[in-house]
Design a protein around this ligand. Structure first.
Ligand code: ADP
Ligand code: MG
Length: 654
């Protein structure tokens, strides 16, 4: 094996680590960061006082890399070298180099906050900026102070902005490991094909029939398109004229593949055979497959992101960033000059691609992130003082804490509640989770699911209306349900139930000016959904003109309402509004009285700072009996609400 670039810097690396608690190492993908750093430090004696931990954002990488290192050291995997991923721990007492996912290291820090078992912690692939890695970066900052004498932290990355991380760690040194890369010729398509799977197929066959030997790495987005492409490729290659080109071998590579199939890509190919590796972006920086000369990049990746207007997370196929595109192209030039076929025009690359991938923390709901931090039960964590590489504003963090407290996800001491734990498991904005959990308790989960699903697509449901503007919404034709005076949510519920009764009839949608695609989307979301969002607001903001909830004859709006979304145009408006009675929300609002934000944040000190209190001017309840006690009686509340609802619907349908 030719010497890996990083090994030429062994002396320098060892020296810098010796002198500094934190070192950032930037090196081209394939230069040996993941497999060699741990071995270098082992040679330098760092495993005598403890174990070396190397984190990976991806499970597959943790397994594959540890396997490789065990091989190189000629030891049995699970003994000196092992790995730990969720639900699978292949380490033993003898393990001195341990590869683990960043999530597992976070979990380990619960039972052992100082992570005393480790003498070195390497946060690998930091450029991925996974939420877990970001949290770990914050924890490491604290840990190196606590364990100044016996802990070394290394942060490695292929592309990360090293300066920023270095600043974060009080200007720690940055080592750049220049990797040898051969030139890669980049070819852009003149336009984007309708189907990137078909376009990739065509390009792959073109390479196979026209280009000299060398393996082909094709980036797809997930198991589905990988399987599709593998099948089509097999078919096409089988039908090529016999003897017209060399043999071919097609290898899928993705996270759901059994490990023994994953490692096939690392075995040397048979002679006179071209390999096609069809992979997710795991081959972008996590795993290096030798022998690749051609890269086909359709420019897409699957990414989990949060959509603030629906309160839901979804796994979307999105455009990659410029940094990712360059990484992908670089994979073609590791052993000799290569070629990268980008299936998109250079204009799109220049104008449309983001410069860098958005860190996961910025693609997440902040309340969700804070709840996640709380769910980790990390001791002594003060959320407001938590060191994030890209810190959210403290107002936003305070808001998140308040919200979590109001919806009972955390208690007044800032500890996560049982309910909060359930909520943290759901891929939904916490308040949406909470609502659906509550609806479940109240026996109206089905309705709540419908409303949530309708809301997620609502802007596209009514044809010819733009609900995002303040222009008056043309009201749907009168034969559509009107909400029976109970507001937009009920109207949405009624519309969906009506549609359901027609057997999801498409013509019915058309007749009623409902967008068919939107309604089908709702049906789909509803199927996927398990929860609903609502925020509790006091009536200080205006109701959006599009709402069916109107002021009464006296021009008065309800004092209290719940809304789905707050939008600011010329001024803040609540959209999708529904009146509520104050005593329904009083106990929740009353909680603000006792609110101590530093306690919510996790700060333990009993500060002499003034306890923040936001006393709200609540109108006196009409039936001024013991409101609190009455409210304890959940059953009767629900019954009363149901009765009122039924009475009003009966009145409206007369
Ligand atoms: P980096 O982390 O800097 O991207 P790695 O340490 O993962 O680099 O890989 C260094 C080199 O080791 C790769 O270029 C590849 O040639 C080889 N390698 C890594 N993992 C394996 C494996 N599982 N099987 C065979 N070779 C491997
Ligand atoms: Mg690596």
């Amino acid at each position: 094996m030719a010497q890996l670039p990083i090994l030429r810097y062994e002396e320098k690396i060892a020296e810098t680590v010796e002198k500094n608690p934190v070192v950032v190492i930037i090196g081209e993908t394939g230069s040996g960061k993941s497999t060699q750093l741990s071995q270098i430090l082992r040679r330098r004696g760092y495993t005598k006082a403890g174990c070396i931990a190397v984190t990976q954002p991806r499970r597959v990488a943790a397994v594959a890399v540890s396997r490789r290192v065990a091989e190189e050291l000629d030891v049995k995997l699970g003994e000196e070298v092992g790995y730990a991923i969720r639900f699978e721990d292949r380490t033993s007492e003898r393990t001195s180099i341990k590869y683990l996912t960043d999530g597992v290291l976070l979990r380990e820090s619960l039972s052992n906050p100082e992570l005393n078992q480790y003498s070195v912690i390497i946060l690998d692939e930091a450029h991925e900026r996974s939420l877990n890695t970001d949290i770990l970066l914050g924890l490491m900052k604290r840990l190196v102070k606590l364990r100044a004498s016996n802990l070394k932290v290394l942060i490695t990355s292929a592309t990360l902005d090293g300066e920023k991380v270095s600043r974060f760690f009080s200007d720690c040194p940055i080592l750049n490991v220049p990797g040898k890369l051969f030139p890669v010729e980049i070819q852009h398509s003149s336009e984007r094909a309708k189907s990137y799977v078909e376009a990739s197929l065509k390009t792959a066959i073109d390479i196979h029939t026209h280009e000299p030997e060398g393996d082909v790495l094709i980036f797809m987005t997930g198991q589905d398109d990988i399987e599709k492409l593998v099948m089509k490729l097999e078919e096409r290659i089988k039908n090529l004229e016999e003897g017209s080109c060399m043999d071919a071998m097609i290898l899928p590579l993705h996270g759901s593949l059994p490990p023994e199939l994953q490692v096939r890509v690392f075995s040397p190919p048979p002679a006179n055979c071209r390999r096609f590796i069809v992979s997710t972006n795991i081959a972008e920086t996590s795993l290096t497959v030798d022998g690749v000369v051609y890269v086909i990049d359709a420019g897409f990746v699957k990414q989990r992101q949060y959509n603030p207007s629906t309160g839901m997370y979804s796994l979307d196929t999105i455009q990659i960033s410029k940094v990712q595109a360059r990484q992908r192209a670089g994979r073609a030039g590791r052993t000799r000059p290569g070629k990268c076929y980008r299936l998109y025009p250079s204009m799109i690359y220049e104008d449309d691609f983001l410069d860098a991938t958005v860190p996961e923390i910025q693609r997440s709901s902040l309340a969700g992130t804070v709840l996640y931090l709380k769910s980790l039960d990390l001791p002594d964590i003060d959320i407001l003082k938590f060191d994030f590489l890209d810190p959210p504003s403290s107002e936003a963090l305070e808001d998140a804490l308040k919200q979590l407290y109001l919806i009972d996800a955390i208690d007044e001491d800032g500890s996560i509640t049982h309910l909060g734990r359930t909520m943290s498991e759901l891929p939904l904005e916490p308040s949406l989770s909470r609502t659906l959990l509550e609806a479940n308790e109240c026996g109206c989960l089905s309705q709540a699911l419908t409303v949530a699903a309708m809301l997620s697509a609502e802007t596209t449901l009514f044809l010819g209306q733009s609900k995002n503007t303040e222009k008056k919404r043309k009201h749907p034709p009168s034969n559509l349900p009107d909400g029976s005076g109970l507001g937009d949510h009920i109207q949405l519920l009624q519309i969906y139930e009506h549609w359901h009764q027609t057997g999801y009839n498409i013509d019915w949608c058309k007749e009623n000016n409902l967008q068919v695609r939107g309604m089908m989307f709702v049906k789909d979301v509803r199927k996927q959904l398990c929860q609903i969002i609502q925020k509790i607001a006091k009536g200080s903001t205006d109701v959006h003109p599009s709402s069916v909830l109107k002021a009464d004859e006296d021009g008065l709006l309800p004092n209290f309402a719940i809304y789905h979304e707050l939008i600011a145009t010329t001024r803040p408006y609540m959209r999708n509004v529904c009146a509520v009675e104050v005593h329904w929300v009083r106990p929740i609002i009353a909680k603000l009285d006792k609110l101590n934000i530093s306690k919510l944040s996790g700060g333990t000190r009993l500060s002499d700072e003034k306890v923040e209190s936001e006393t709200l001017d609540l109108p006196k309840d009409d039936n001024n009996a013991d409101a609190a006690q009455a409210l304890d009686d959940r059953e009767s509340r629900i019954l009363a609400a149901r009765e009122r609802f039924l009475a009003r619907s009966a009145k409206a349908s007369k």
